[in-house]
Design a protein around this ligand. Sequence first.
Ligand code: 5GP
Length: 180
Amino acid sequence: MASVEVNGRIFDEYVSAHEIAECVKKVAERINKDYADKEPLFICILNGAFMFASDLFKQIELSAEITFVRLKSYEGTKTTGDVKLLSPLAVNLEGRDVIVMEDIVDTGLTMHGFITYLKNAGANSVEVASFLFKPEALQYPDAAPKYIGMEIPTKFVLGYGLDYDEKGRNLPSLYVLRGN
Ligand code: 5GP
């Protein structure tokens, strides 16, 4: 099994680039079917989702738009997540059917906050397409993605856009931290 060293830690290959492509294709097929009569707005969460978003968007056969945003999430109270937009969304969300493209939903804090923001901004519908989902770590049920590339256990992963201290995003496969 292939392994890589990133920032002094060893990561083992977990999901091959070929398997990732299969997962992304299935997500695209479902979205193409579910939104056949709609013109959805895709919002890619930077930085982590850029690779997933690119591969997914290429397979979208709808009259769709894409825009990008950077988010910072923080725990407001024990039960309420909050999210800050580090770059403004230059699109009117009123009445739009939004599909958020995320790299990974872990506790769900980030998506919980962003879904609330999008609904408050007038979006007609909001769904999340996440490359990865850690169901055992989820703390915000409304953040469970409708479209999931792959469910994984609560382990630290990198590659395919996901980083470890900003390194490893360029790896085409997904890797898991050894001994994690
Ligand atoms: P959440 O708000 O759902 O707890 O966390 C989501 C964010 O945490 C992701 O967008 C990602 O930046 C980061 N994250 C969570 N788990 C992992 C992981 O296993 N690997 C990496 N690289 N980032 C993760």
